[in-house]
Design a binder for this molecule. Structure first.
Ligand code: ZN
Length: 165
């Protein structure tokens, strides 16, 4: 798949991502690229510290994850962008044709939009229309059918507004 940073995912997630990207192009003529996938603990330290340095701790906690708390360390999460690049890592990605197609179709390939709009009090993260977590076909379909927006609510977990503090 096209990428900006070389992608690494667990094999089931990698195969599903390739199918997702192929379907976007075949069904809607939309080209996607992988922006970020697996990140090691040390990489997350760097990412998080950069954001803290530039934007402060509160912003960093809503937009990134403290090292040890990032879904990207699981090898199941992928940040997706468009080709040509537009609204990368920006909430406006959700209003692009690519972002809308992903929001509507990612579940068919086992992916879940992990940090939905309005979900901040539950997930602790701002809206991230580019961040998808592989949860498998069965759970993704169930989340889609029930319309339950977050994994926390689906599993009856308490909200995690201060997940890492
Ligand atoms: Zn992400």
């Amino acid at each position: 798949m096209p990428y900006t940073n070389e992608p690494f995912l667990r094999s089931a997630a990698a195969e599903a991502a390739q199918q997702l990207f192929a379907a976007a192009e075949a069904e809607a003529g939309l080209r996607l690229q992988s922006l970020s996938t697996y990140r090691s603990y040390n990489t997350q330290v760097r990412v998080y510290n950069d954001i803290v340095a530039n934007r402060g701790q509160d912003y960093a906690n809503r937009r990134s994850a403290q090292p040890g708390h990032s879904e990207h360390q699981t090898g199941l999460s992928i940040d997706i962008g468009s080709i040509p690049a537009s609204c990368a890592f920006d909430p406006c990605f959700g209003d692009t044709a690519h972002g809308r197609w992903l929001a509507d179709n990612a579940w068919r390939f086992g992916f879940h939009l992990r940090y939905p709009e309005g979900g901040t009090p539950v997930t602790g993260y701002d809206y991230e229309p580019w961040h998808f977590r592989y949860v498998g076909l069965e759970l993704a379909a169930e989340l889609h059918e029930t319309g339950i927006p977050t994994l926390e609510e689906f599993f009856g977990l308490p909200p995690a507004p201060d997940y890492g503090n």
